[in-house]
Design a protein. Structure first.
Length: 408
């Protein structure tokens, strides 16, 4: 197994960079292109996306000069992965994945064809098409299992688990994540182990098991830090902040958000940065500091201008609406909540859809519009009830508190 896949990133660079230098010195262009691709992948895993993109552009130019179709396929697809994370340009990412798939098919490389099919699923998920994404990712897993490529199949099982979390299929997500953690531990796959562990922590947070959630998220955070994976570290700090907000620990949440922002690369990743500003706004709203919440939510809006990623856009609309309602702008807030629900249909992003309904119901209840509030809370219950959540789940606790206001 390549050390870059185990998560030993410094060792990987120490091994790979001399190979690139030697290959270039000997005019071994094909070798240099492929080695550059591996170096770029290490930088990608560490969250150094600008450097990864720069190296991939160099690698693809070298591959093109010697007509190395296999290297061109890999570099093109990996540029798509960088675009999806760095620029939020899902159309560009999809175009690169399509081209990589075409090249893999022409080469008769079923493994890479399956892999890029899974990547197309991630691009669809970013645009809010989660059910279609699930089909592509499950197809990739089936093909990789058939080809006995267990390591790649495990990677896509972790990605499928993340998708199942957004679809709120808790049982299926738990089964996949438990399986992935066992497989990753056996294979000494540190990167996938921390990924699966952190996602399991997010799952526990969403079902209300806060102690276990904190334990898993902090373990994933520690592992990501040890590997030097700054983007993953930032992501786990965000997950920790989300948990602390639900528990009312505003100061801890704000401190975690500040550190998470510092750990993101300076260029790109607008949607990830925006999500952290939305979290900051949520934390401030949770401590009744509505005026202070304006600035981070405004910054999130600036960062998401032109974004094609549905999740952060819907989240921003939901919490900007909550801010507006608290500041007396109820009619405008209701328009934002309606727009958020249009973006995240109940079949695709049920928890976000239910959240928009629940918060609007709360605002209407506080305004004395109990009949309208009751109707919205029933719609939220209809979305949440098939998900199999217990009353410990934050979404159901929030809905119960709103219902108490309405009926009180």
């Amino acid at each position: 197994m390549c050390i870059r896949d185990r998560g030993d990133f410094d060792d990987a660079l120490a091994e790979l960079e001399p190979v690139v230098a030697l290959a270039l010195e000997l005019d071994e262009t094909k070798m240099a292109s492929r080695a550059l691709g591996h170096v770029a992948h290490v930088h990608y895993r560490r969250g150094e996306l600008a450097r990864a993109e720069e190296l991939l552009e160099q690698a693809i130019a070298l591959a093109r000069s010697v007509v190395d179709q296999r290297a061109m396929m890999r570099h093109t697809g990996n540029l798509g992965s960088v675009a999806l994370l760095r620029s939020d340009d899902t159309e560009l990412a999809m175009a690169r994945f399509e081209e990589a798939t075409r090249l893999a098919s022409a080469l008769g490389d079923r493994e890479r064809e399956a892999f890029w099919g899974g990547q197309k699923g991630l691009a669809l998920a970013a645009r809010g098409h989660l059910r279609a994404a699930r089909v592509l990712i499950e197809r990739a897993i089936s093909e990789l299992d058939l080809l006995k490529h267990s390591r790649d199949a495990m990677q896509w099982r972790v990605q499928l688990s993340r998708l199942l979390l957004d679809l709120a299929d808790v049982t299926a997500a738990r089964e996949e994540l438990t399986r992935c953690r066992v497989l990753a531990e056996r294979a000494s796959e540190k990167f996938q182990l921390q990924f699966a562990s952190g996602l399991l922590g997010v799952l526990e947070s969403r079902v209300g098991n806060s102690v276990r959630a904190r334990e898993l998220i902090l373990a994933a955070l520690s592992s990501a830090q040890a590997m030097g994976a700054s983007v993953m570290t930032s992501g786990w700090r965000a997950a920790y902040a989300d948990l602390e907000i639900e528990l009312g620990e505003t100061n801890d949440a704000l401190a975690s958000i500040a550190r998470a922002l510092d750990e993101l690369p300076e260029d790109g990743m607008s949607s990830a940065r925006a999500s952290l500003y939305i979290l900051r706004g949520r934390a401030l709203l949770g401590s009744n500091r509505g005026e202070d919440a304006r600035a981070p939510l405004r910054r999130a809006l600036e960062l998401l201008e032109g974004s094609q990623k549905v999740g952060p856009l819907a989240e921003l609309l939901i919490w900007r609406a909550e801010l507006g309602a608290r500041l007396g702008e109820l009619e405008t807030a209701r328009q934002w909540w309606a727009r958020a629900r249009e973006l995240c249909e109940p079949e695709e992003l049920p928890l976000k859809h239910a959240l928009a309904l629940t918060l609007e119901a709360g605002a209407l209840a506080r305004a004395g519009l109990h009949d309208s509030a009751r109707a919205l809370s029933r719609r939220a219950a209809d979305v949440l009830s098939p998900l199999g959540l217990t009353m410990n789940a934050p979404s159901l606790r929030r809905l119960a508190s709103i219902s108490a206001i309405i009926e009180g």
